[in-house]
Design a protein around this ligand. Structure first.
Ligand code: ATP
Length: 234
């Protein structure tokens, strides 16, 4: 579904991605793990056209989308939930969800999709009229994911969805990612919480200083001695 081949990205003199190749198969959960500064966010931002690559190719459903405009990329049903949530804090939960659908033409079924998001996140339904900025961190993260789902993505990319959340809430977020995937949405996830993300991933890539250091099935990486020592703290 998404194929990245030999991607290279520079920030001025910093060579942030040094020939990354990744394959995201339709219907799967794929994760990128790695330490701070390894290039995880840069990879997602480049896929979305927010950073320019100097070399390499990004192909989505057979179409070359390398360095295309972000707005065009979003139209092909590919969406990114950025790190740090970035919801509209002075709008209600419901208004945030409606804004998530602003690029869509089929306004009539937006209501059905709000109900779909509420079925995944009953907490958001309870808080429908609350100002988003007054909700807890976990609730705001749920809203950020819910708003992304309002675009009806085929591929949902998430940058550190569990960042700064309490362990119990982290578990909820990963359960929900699994459920969203069960409903047919392909997921590309980046996480520092390597254990939780490998547990739900079909396949994963380990990034180190802009390169793929290792890759394999989520379960195999969970049991790999090197990964255990470097990323799982065991
Ligand atoms: P983290 O887990 O800390 O978010 P990451 O794996 O997502 O890290 P990136 O944010 O992709 O890493 O950063 C990769 C490298 O590129 C880092 O060395 C970072 O300092 C550098 N970098 C990222 N954004 C910029 C920028 N806008 N200008 C200059 N350098 C940048």
């Amino acid at each position: 579904m998404l194929k990245i081949d030999n991607l290279n990205v520079f920030y001025g003199g910093i060579h942030a991605l040094r020939g990354i190749s990744i394959n995201v198969e339709k219907g799967k959960i794929i994760s990128l793990i790695g330490a701070n500064g390894a290039g995880k966010s840069t990879t997602l931002r480049t896929i979305m056209g927010l950073e320019k690559s100097s070399e390499g190719k990004v192909e989505y459903e057979g179409k070359d989308i390398t360095n295309m405009k972000t707005k065009e990329i979003v139209k092909s049903n590919l969406v990114l939930v950025p790190e740090g949530r970035r919801i509209f804090t002075n709008l209600s939960v419901r208004e945030n969800l409606i804004l998530g659908a602003y690029l869509r033409k089929d306004k009539k079924i937006v209501e059905d999709d709000i109900d779909w998001v509420y079925s995944l996140f009953p907490r958001l339904k309870e808080r429908e009229w609350q100002l988003a900025g007054t909700m807890s961190g976990g609730e705001q993260q749920m809203l950020a994911v819910g708003r992304a789902l309002m675009t009806k993505p085929k591929l949902l990319m998430m940058d550190e969805p569990s960042l700064g959340l309490a362990p119990l809430i982290v578990k909820d977020i990963f359960d929900i990612i699994k459920r969203i995937n069960d409903e047919g949405v392909t997921v590309l996830l980046i996480e520092q919480n390597a254990k939780a993300s490998l547990e739900i991933s079909d396949y994963a890539y380990v990034l180190e200083t802009g390169k793929i250091f290792m890759e394999g099935k989520g379960m195999d990486l969970l049991n790999d001695e090197e990964v255990k020592k470097a990323y799982l703290g065991t």
